[in-house]
Design a protein around this ligand. Sequence first.
Ligand code: PLP
Length: 456
Amino acid sequence: MNKPHNLDTSELQAIDRKHHLHPFTDSKELNEQGTRVITRADGVYIWDSEGNKLLDGMAGLWCVNVGYGRKELAEVAYEQMLELPYYNSFFQCTTPPAIGLAEILAELAPDHINRVFFTGSGSESNDTVIRMVRRYWDLLGEPQKSVIISRKNAYHGSTMAGASLGGMKFMHEQGGLPIPGIVHIDQPYWYAEGGDQDPEEFGLNVAQQLEATILDMGLDRIGAFIAEPLQGAGGVIIPPDSYWPEIGRICDKYGILLIADEVICGFGRTGKWFGSDYFGIKPDFMPIAKGLSSGYLPIGGVMVSDRVADVLTDKCGEFAHGYTYSGHPAAAAVALKNLQILRDEHIIETVEKDTGPYLQKRWRELENHPLVGEARGVGLVGAIEIVKDKDKREFFPKEGTVGGVCRDACIRNGLVMRAVGDTMIISPPLIITKEQIDELIEKALKSLDETAAAIP
Ligand code: PLP
């Protein structure tokens, strides 16, 4: 048996190439270039097996909210694993960490949300939401209200149901998705799709597609609408101010359930505990994951409003759904400690009042760069659009090429910034300091200059 820690990079890459199938990875590129092997991390920095230090502008995959290297989280996992490494929450059982986590989540969530169903990931949370929506309407005697309306270019996970709720065309094309009962309306992506409309007018128009779809398909068929408060994986798309109030009005008017997918926004990303708090959304469900444990152990959940939970619990016999790792005690203990750290160290208030506004101010300076058509963001999440012509909002012809060049330049310059086509996005750990924000901006600018120089 090999001891991977003692091997050099090329030996590690050779084994990886031979035995490891990677998510969201082009295997041809992987075979040509090899994987980047990340070996350790501290605060906002990660190191690779070649000793390169990178500022992690993506907090892993939008999840390491409290930053890397928090000993308290490791200790709590260790202690819980010695005490009780596993027990389930099926068949009327539970464990103290799962109870403690459910309680603190109810305290942190909006007032009308007081219960949680635990899962192992964001995708499982969204699968669970579909089951709950359908169960809810079934218990109310309206089983035909099974259709869920989602949005093009949304991301809700990678399971068959998660990818179906998502609106990523390239995912649907692989494997006969979406599953039946899910329809997609347009996204509030003004920069790329707003044309000549003013952003607020555009926001209203795309929101009203929800109403048009409800009326078109028939209210008796529609169970819910799902959306991320701001689209993350789709390219950090922040809806115009007119969007969410109109969505809220439509959901209220027709009584359909509103699902705010908080997997990225939850736990401080926007400077509020939840994206729903930031955008003034009143959801019936909030799928959560990622920042719930800051990624230290896998755990997710669905937070459920009283409107729905009362029906599910009062009218329900058994809800025939659950995962072996629902409420996993070690993961729950880590998540509980993580939320205590976020709360007790006032990390989210700091994002709201200090580092978030600072990042946004500095981030918008990137608009002065000749390649950047728009710099946008809220809290500690941001995007820049790399374009051919700023005045015309015109993108480069082969989408993704320039973004890829910029991403590679960032890596060379010691910064992890992700490319979604030609949209560059960041979502750093919430503990990033102002000095580190300056470093991030400086590295992004240098990388943009190198990108501009590389374009023929
Ligand atoms: N929902 C949203 C909004 C996400 O961004 C993601 C992952 O990026 C998911 C769901 C899926 O979460 P997971 O990868 O934990 O299954």
